[in-house]
Design a protein around this ligand. Sequence first.
Ligand SMILES: Nc1nc2c(c(=O)[nH]1)N[C@@H](CN(C=O)c1ccc(C(=O)N[C@@H](CCC(=O)O)C(=O)O)cc1)CN2
Length: 286
Amino acid sequence: MATILDGKALSKDLKIALADKVKESGLSPKLAVVFDPKNDGSRLYVGMKQRAAAKVGIATEDIAVADDVTTEAVLKIVADLNADPSVTGILVQAPLPKTVNDQQVFSAIAPEKDVDGLGAFNQGMLFGDQPGEYAVAATPQGVMTLLRHYDIDLHGKKAVVVGRSQLFGRPMAALLNNANATVTMAHRYTPREMLLDSLQNADIVVVGVGIANFITGDQIKDGAVLVDVGMNVVDGKTTGDIEFASAEKKASFITPVPGGVGPMTIATLLENTFAAALNQAKSSKN
Ligand SMILES: Nc1nc2c(c(=O)[nH]1)N[C@@H](CN(C=O)c1ccc(C(=O)N[C@@H](CCC(=O)O)C(=O)O)cc1)CN2
């Protein structure tokens, strides 16, 4: 039976430690959240982020956009937030309405306020494995923190990342690569046989495709580490992309859904937000 990678418990501890750090710093971090209020998921996740932020001492301001908003209008909102010294972090909750080019908006956020690390500058730092302080997307960074907490060795291991989104797959593969794993990426155009072949040999599998039970226990190697980034609702129940019942019998470690990667995403965003406020305070002193 696999050990559960308990993101819920770890995120709770991280948030308690963060609340102390925020208090000790004497800073007043403020996170501006731009989102589409007509998107049910965005409303839910923004609400979760705001409540968690309040608990650790981070103020939030939410900016709801209309469903026919243009990219130019959102770029103007971001430019105003960049120029506002009271705002130390900016988060653009994806997806924005279809009328908006999300990536163009992410890249317009000032790199030092880009707490989700989704802009071109911060992504470039990650993909170049550059030293220094920069934000990395909260979901893959949260996965790395979880793996580190359970002492899971990545060096020289074979990792498969299923999914190639900006929010998850691409930065996840870069982080694993930077940690000296050998990384294979699979996506919707990867032939099924090729994916199954990669899974059979993988020490670590990280999946985020949004298809319930996409990966089952019989497809993975004995003792593999399984990380489920999927979030699906089946018969009113939240479930991941991995068929938990069959997979936990073969894996050495596995994340549950809910209670695995999701809470780590929120805790990591808050950590990134505090780090951004701290860095801005330090550079304003210099
Ligand atoms: N700008 C961003 N947009 C989006 C991101 C992101 O990191 N940055 N991620 C996703 C969704 N997301 C955060 O925004 C997120 C998803 C899920 C959870 C979570 O804690 N889920 C719970 C279960 C909740 C439920 O039962 O419905 C869990 O896994 O335990 C947190 C954050 C999209 N957009």
